[in-house]
Design a binder for this molecule. Structure first.
Ligand SMILES: Cc1cc2nc3c(=O)[nH]c(=O)nc-3n(C[C@H](O)[C@H](O)[C@H](O)COP(=O)(O)OP(=O)(O)OC[C@H]3O[C@@H](n4cnc5c(N)ncnc54)[C@H](O)[C@@H]3O)c2cc1C
Length: 279
């Protein structure tokens, strides 16, 4: 199928994009890497009158560390982040997760922010953002606001973004000293969307586990390290609480099995990567 006709606008500055969004409202859609949106257009699941291409917006193309946050601008591609030389130190979780995103052709065009704005429940980047407790920065012509990841993604392909807003930046908390991080997923073929994905941050006092691919958005739980002996029971309870559904890729029972097995394995890996400061 081909998309319905639309008017294409390429913007070079954020202010231009915000002007357009204010005028066009619900008739406009932002085009970043196009790796999810173009499919929706071709299937006519999205039928915008205006497409606002921000991929050439240089002022939104950046990766920078600001104190304890890794800040990524809206036109930065997934490949740029993957090959950023400091990534494995600043965010070992992202360094491990990004290679799971499809194939390099997709990562060369797809943006970090586009993936988070698209809000697919199986996607790796929204899962990492939610697990680490990151933030999303939204701008409109009238002002800006910052939302926690948990408040931004509201369900499958649904976010708190308003029609006149664009996401200008996402912020991932940088790795904390002594904490261990791990990401793993199961997909039918390498590069496919995850059937179940797990992201873990293990600190000295607690572990944070994020699970993607089961509920309609990433689900994050925090458990005390002192209760490690009970984690397999907690994982079983979580597997049932996520209310997995059967679909063409996997049964609900298999998804529950993956939450238990992959969850346990990813937690153990993250804990094994925790380092203690020498006294
Ligand atoms: C074959 C294939 C396999 C894939 N496999 C995976 C996978 O395994 N894991 C995975 O996570 N993803 C996968 N993807 C999706 C890919 O990661 C996309 O790049 C990503 O989901 C969207 O990023 P984008 O920059 O391409 O956004 P676009 O497709 O341009 O936009 C996606 C949505 O986000 C909105 N949007 C984009 N930028 C902004 C912004 N700054 N502010 C507000 N709204 C915005 C758009 O309006 C649109 O609704 C796959 C894609 C393909 C084609």
């Amino acid at each position: 199928m081909k998309p319905l006709a639309f008017e294409y606008k390429r913007v070079e500055f954020t202010t231009q994009a915000l002007e357009w969004l204010q005028e066009a409202g619900e008739n406009a859609r932002i085009l970043a890497g196009g790796q999810s949106l173009v499919i929706l257009l071709n299937m006519r699941l999205a039928q915008p009158t205006y497409l606002l291409d921000i991929s050439h917006c240089q002022e939104l193309n950046y990766i920078r560390q600001d104190k304890n946050m890794l800040c990524i601008g809206a036109s930065t591609t997934q490949a740029q982040l993957q090959y950023w030389s400091d990534l494995s130190v600043v965010s070992p979780l992202l360094a491990e997760a990004i290679p799971f995103i499809s194939h390099y052709q997709i990562r060369n065009r797809g943006t970090v922010v586009g993936s988070i704005a698209h809000a697919d429940p199986s996607a790796e980047l929204p899962l990492c953002l939610a697990t680490l407790g990151g933030q999303v920065v939204l701008h409109s012509r009238k002002g800006s606001r910052e939302l926690h990841a948990a408040d931004f993604q509201q369900g499958m392909l649904t976010t708190a973004k308003k029609n006149n807003e664009m996401v200008t930046e996402v912020r991932f908390p940088v790795a904390k000293e002594g904490h261990g991080y791990a990401f793993d997923e199961f997909a039918l073929r390498r590069g496919d969307f995850a059937i179940v994905a797990c992201a873990v941050e293990a600190g000295p006092e607690y572990i944070c586990l994020g699970v993607g691919g089961v509920a309609d958005k990433p689900v994050v739980v925090q458990w005390p390290r002192s209760q490690q002996a009970l984690f397999s029971q907690y994982l079983n309870d979580l597997a049932w609480a996520l209310q997995a559904q059967d679909d063409q890729h996997a049964s609900a029972a298999y998804r529950r099995h993956l939450v238990r097995v992959l969850g346990q394995k990813t937690i153990e890996t993250a804990i094994s990567r925790c380092s203690r400061k020498e006294g």
